[in-house]
Design a protein around this ligand. Structure first.
Ligand SMILES: Nc1ncnc2c1ncn2[C@@H]1O[C@H](COP(=O)(O)OP(=O)(O)OP(=O)(O)O)[C@@H](O)[C@H]1O
Length: 420
């Protein structure tokens, strides 16, 4: 049944749900649109409505063929006194699917295909960065593939600009939480430095790695362990990857933000590489070997893991209840050795097909599942939990200003839009 949003828009059916709200297929004065309605509990926060109003100009100003344009921003007063605001972002409708769903179907993309998608998104990021806007939550869920052109290669568009930052800002100033998704989070964010444009490059090239490999370079296990790996480990080379593509990935996954390419350079380097990548099949990479695990007996039965694994957990407060998508990953409590950065720090090692799995990992999938904890991001990955983990592990790295209060995963929020 159709429902009115403000005086100009009607929504018809749900296109998808994310951690911050629901995206609807709608109709406006200019035709079909996608309308993202923020979750009621988030919209009820008067500070949030104010922040959205404050960022209106930045949110509406981004225009590029690889960015999903925000056409309108509705902040409606509740109908009765004290009733929550309704916050809705009216966006161009993308006729296609998101990159996460595409990757789930394909498992791995051919190098030329992966490079084309990432070059598209880098082109969009270049424009945003030039306008002083950092996305801060680049990941496959936020990349949409426009399939309306039919047979030709789809255009990739980046969506959700600024939303992560606005939703996760602290209510009353002071320190915010970790904004973003652990698998894609640049080491400088983990270390508490203000996020600059280079964090988007790191996240986007993490997506490139994932499109090629089928998994992210530092993912797997407890989000705290993922964050530590972001700071301390280097990505494993993917077997069979062309040298120049691998060098580009390494450069953009550099721990030092200044060593990474800028968005425009990344786009043009990838486009230069594309003719050489044309015709190459997806890389022949086996599923990663799972990490060493904690004793089964320690796991509360009520938290047994679901069957499907996910790559990423969004760190948006209260993410679980409204989200139908499986945005939660399998997690496990890191053991002492892992927390200290020991031998089990790497979640998995890369296998080429046919190579046997290490140890007896195959012996019991059920036992493995039992040892994993499936918990919602909101419940366990609170800033306190990560902060506590970082404190315990000595801050996860030796560089960077942590904000003056000792090691912390919190990000000191800037005033106004993030700047590159
Ligand atoms: N402009 C759009 N046009 C068409 N479909 C869209 C559009 N924006 C979002 N969607 C669909 O709605 C779904 C939910 O999007 P949303 O941005 O709320 O969440 P997400 O990015 O998947 O997750 P999260 O917010 O947790 O990061 C997407 O997976 C996508 O399929």
């Amino acid at each position: 049944m159709a429902r009115n949003i403000g005086s100009r828009y009607t929504v018809h059916r749900v296109l998808g749900r994310g951690s911050a709200g629901t995206v609807w297929l709608g109709e406006g004065p200019q035709g079909p649109v996608a309308i993202k309605l923020l979750r009621e509990d988030l919209a009820a926060d008067p500070d949030l409505a104010e922040r959205f109003a404050h960022e209106r100009h930045a949110l509406l100003g981004l225009e590029h063929r690889n960015i999903v344009a925000v056409r309108d921003l509705l902040i409606e007063e509740g109908t009765e006194p004290g009733a929550p605001h309704e916050i809705a972002l009216v966006m161009d409708l993308v006729r296609g699917c998101d990159l996460r769903s595409h990757l789930e179907r394909e498992r791995r993309l051919a190098p030329a295909r992966a490079a084309a998608i990432v070059a598209d998104v880098a082109g969009g990021l270049a424009v945003a960065h030039a306008a002083g806007i950092v996305h801060r939550d680049v990941k496959p869920e936020n990349i949409l593939l426009d399939l309306s052109a039919g047979e030709g290669a789809p255009t990739a568009l980046l969506t959700d600009f600024g939303v992560a930052k606005l939703v996760d800002e602290p209510r009353h100033g002071g320190r915010g939480g970790v904004v973003g998704t652990p698998d894609y989070m640049a080491p400088e964010i983990v270390e508490g430095l203000p996020p600059r444009a280079a964090v988007d490059i790191y996240a986007l090239v993490t997506v490139l790695y994932e499109l090629l490999a089928g998994f992210t370079p530092f993912g797997g296990g407890h989000p705290g362990a993922v964050l530590r790996r972001q700071v301390t480990e280097t990505a494993d080379r993917l077997p069979g990857i062309p040298r120049e593509l691998w060098e580009l990935i390494q450069q953009c996954l550099a721990k030092a933000p200044a060593s990474r390419l800028r968005a425009a350079e990344l786009a043009s380097r990838l486009r230069e590489l594309m003719p050489a990548l044309e015709g190459l099949p997806p890389l022949a990479i086996g599923d990663p070997v799972p990490e060493a695990e904690a004793p089964a007996a320690e796991e509360p039965a009520a938290l047994a893991a679901p069957a499907a694994a996910r790559a990423a957990v969004p760190l948006v407060r209260g993410a679980a209840p409204d989200s139908e998508r499986e945005t939660h990953t399998r997690m496990r409590v890191p053991d002492a050795e892992e927390l200290a950065g020991g031998a089990h720090g790497t979640a998995r090692t890369i296998r080429t097909p046919g190579e046997p799995r290490a140890g007896s990992a195959r012996h019991s999938a059920a036992a493995r599942r039992k040892r994993r904890l499936a918990v919602t991001a909101a419940a366990v990955v609170g800033v306190g939990a990560i902060g506590g983990w970082l404190l315990f592990s000595g801050g996860g790295g030796d560089s960077g200003d942590t904000g003056g209060g000792g090691p912390s995963a919190s990000v000191e929020e800037d005033e106004g839009p993030s700047s590159p």
